[in-house]
Design a binder for this molecule. Structure first.
Ligand code: BTN
Length: 261
């Protein structure tokens, strides 16, 4: 199915969910944030075949040629900020569901803190979550931006990258990936609302990359080595520093030791 309109894409998403498809845009996160500011209430996906100014985490850009999936989901979560901190893990698991649904071997698809999903230890997706939350209060809306490397991957990324095409030998259609992803997100959000985030945290732990291993950690201020111990229930990454002290990391990136610091 070659889909060129929002109504075609709308048939792929869960019932009750809006879809706004563009052949090209600057950034689907930008579109979703603008819709949130303008009062959009219906949970809606913004999807693009191509982005001209794709946004990544920590101010990086996200290369967005035709052939991959670029989408952002906006919804109004009725949960506290402390619960929202678990959303990256829920979304990572939904991306993992998608890669497995597209033919990747489950053992090979792992979640890297905070919200990367790796295939064969290489980055195959990006997740950028933005909200207009007021500290201590519930967020008015949340935008979950997701890029899946279906056909292409950047050769110059900070962390080695790959695509579903390279890993499986088949290039999935963006429509197929979107159908699996949008339903996985919907199912996982329903269960989060009904049961809380304990199951999400536990499932992420089972599928985590690098636990028990010494890794390079980079924050805005410093780079250091530490052993990854696990995921704290509040979403922090538990680390053991080389001097034996344990701490939680709440912002930063994890790399293999071979990465140049
Ligand atoms: C990362 O740096 O790993 C996060 C990348 C997030 C990219 C996606 S693509 C769809 C959505 N629109 C954007 O501009 N960014 C996100």
């Amino acid at each position: 199915m070659k889909s060129h309109s929002s109504s075609d894409w709308g048939l792929l998403a869960p019932h009750g969910t809006g879809v706004d498809f563009r052949e090209v845009c600057e950034s689907t996160n930008l579109l979703a944030n603008a819709a949130g500011t303008n009062g959009l209430v219906r949970p809606t996906w913004f999807v693009a075949a191509e982005q001209k100014a794709g946004r990544g985490r920590r101010g990086r850009n996200w290369s967005s040629p035709v052939g991959n999936l670029y989408c952002s989901y906006i919804f109004r979560p009725l949960v506290k900020i402390s619960e929202l901190a678990k959303l990256p893990f829920l979304v990572s698991l939904a991306v993992r569901d998608t890669f497995v649904g597209l033919g990747c071997s489950p053992n090979n698809v792992l979640c890297k803190w905070p919200n990367d999903v790796l295939i064969s230890e290489k980055k195959a997706s990006g997740i950028l979550i933005e909200s207009n939350a007021t500290p201590g209060l519930a967020a008015d809306y949340v935008v979950v931006g997701i890029g899946l490397n279906l056909a292409h991957f950047p050769s110059d990324s900070l962390f080695p990258a790959t695509s579903v095409a390279l890993e499986t030998g088949d290039t999935p259609k963006a429509t197929s990936a979107f159908k699996i992803l949008s339903h996985a997100i919907d199912n996982r959000i329903q269960s989060w609302i009904a049961k809380g985030s304990v199951d999400t945290i536990n499932e992420w732990r089972v599928n985590a990359w690098g636990m028990g291993m010494r890794r390079l950690i980079r924050t805005n201020d410093e780079s250091f080595h530490a052993t990854l111990i696990g995921l704290h229930e509040d979403g922090g990454l538990s680390l053991r520093l080389d001097n034996g002290i344990e701490k939680q990391l709440y912002a930063g990136d994890v790399f293999s030791l071979t990465t140049s610091s």
